[in-house]
Write a protein that binds this ligand. Structure first.
Ligand SMILES: [Zn+2]
Length: 340
């Protein structure tokens, strides 16, 4: 299957009481979020809600109507993670229906923090983080509110933990905590239909962004978590995947193994790269040497920042594995391969 544009997407009845509704992400190459509606006697429960934008809202409302669902009847919204293309419209759905919003407690805490911080403070935090990673001044965002493009998502009414059953009368929808893409990312196992809502954790054609923010944190290991989370969903048995982007696919475990392999190779190449260098490298220098979908010189500053976050996550995992050393000195952190 190849990537198809949003214009070619339609709401689909998947059987087993679940509809998928494509909701556009205007201006984003990802195209759309697949919002799922699960029928229940108390009203449908949505998995994710889509990007907060008038066009997206219209698509969600009309798509649900195609499925015979009045948005005012929605019982609840489970958000796989706090990113705006997933959680953005959850608040709007709650306004229209009185639905609850549920997400993992770790992402709920991030949303609470985002709602408590003014956007100009978020911007200066970002500039400071980029500097410490070794970003040259031309890569720093202009203006203070670099992160203020979207309002933070609506706070959660319910906080989920691994193993919880979501409030979905008559059905069994279990929370599988899959940290990595975000600390509180969850997959949702529809046990009565052998399906897994995978959010961004396992997508058929692409892999999710795994980054560390701020880049030089040494108390977390999101890539290590992500790899473990891939193993975890691979162990759930044979499940069909209902991802939040692209298209549905039959075998979660096989795709999870493929993605794990992709990152292990990337880790190996990165370690080899560092081992060739006599001098320790900053996070920025490391990112500039790695392979991205475009040459480094053509990446705009925003994407360089994301690449640096991804480089930082790979460096951190190698550090946790004991094959890399962090040299804190000065105002920016550097990394060096350990001799084996
Ligand atoms: Zn995401």
């Amino acid at each position: 299957m190849t990537r198809r544009s949003y214009a070619e997407q339609r709401p689909l009845d998947l059987g087993f009481g679940v509809w998928s509704v494509p909701v556009p992400i205007p201006g984003n190459p990802l195209g759309y979020t697949l919002v799922y509606a699960i029928e229940s006697p108390r009203g449908p429960v949505l998995v994710d809600a889509g990007w907060n934008h008038p066009e997206a809202w219209a698509a969600l409302r009309d798509g649900l109507a195609t499925a015979g669902i009045d948005v005012a009847s929605v019982h609840g919204v489970v958000v796989t993670h706090f990113h705006p293309d997933h959680a953005g419209l959850a608040g709007r759905v709650r306004e229209e229906s009185g639905a609850w919003i549920a997400m993992h407690e770790a992402d709920a805490a991030i949303v609470d923090m985002m709602n408590g911080v003014p956007s100009d403070v978020r911007g200066s935090f970002q500039v400071d983080m980029l500097r410490r990673a070794g970003a040259p001044s031309e890569d720093l965002p202009e203006g203070p509110a670099a992160d203020g493009r979207q309002d933070p998502p609506a706070p959660a009414d319910r906080r989920l933990r691994d193993g919880d059953l979501v409030d979905l009368p008559g059905r069994k929808l279990r929370v599988v905590h899959t940290p990595g893409h975000t600390p509180g990312h969850v997959c949702l196992h529809l046990e009565d239909a052998d399906r897994l809502f995978t959010g961004d954790h396992v997508l058929p054609g692409i892999t999710p962004h795994i980054g560390i923010y701020p880049f030089d944190r040494d108390d977390v290991d999101p890539l290590g978590d992500f790899l473990e989370s891939l193993t975890r969903v691979g162990e759930l048995g044979e499940l069909g995947a209902l991802p939040a982007h692209e298209w549905t696919f039959p075998d979660v475990a096989a795709r999870a193994a493929q993605i794990r392999h992709h990152h292990e190779e990337k880790l190996e190449r990165l370690l080899a790269l560092l081992a060739e260098r006599a001098e320790p490298l900053t996070i920025w220098e490391t990112a500039a040497m790695m392979t991205w979908n475009r040459p480094w010189s053509e990446l705009p500053p925003m994407l360089r920042g994301m690449a640096a976050g991804e480089a930082a996550a790979h460096l951190r995992t190698l550090e946790v594995r004991g094959v890399l050393r962090r040299l804190p000195g000065g105002d920016r952190v550097r990394f060096q391969a350990l001799e084996s």
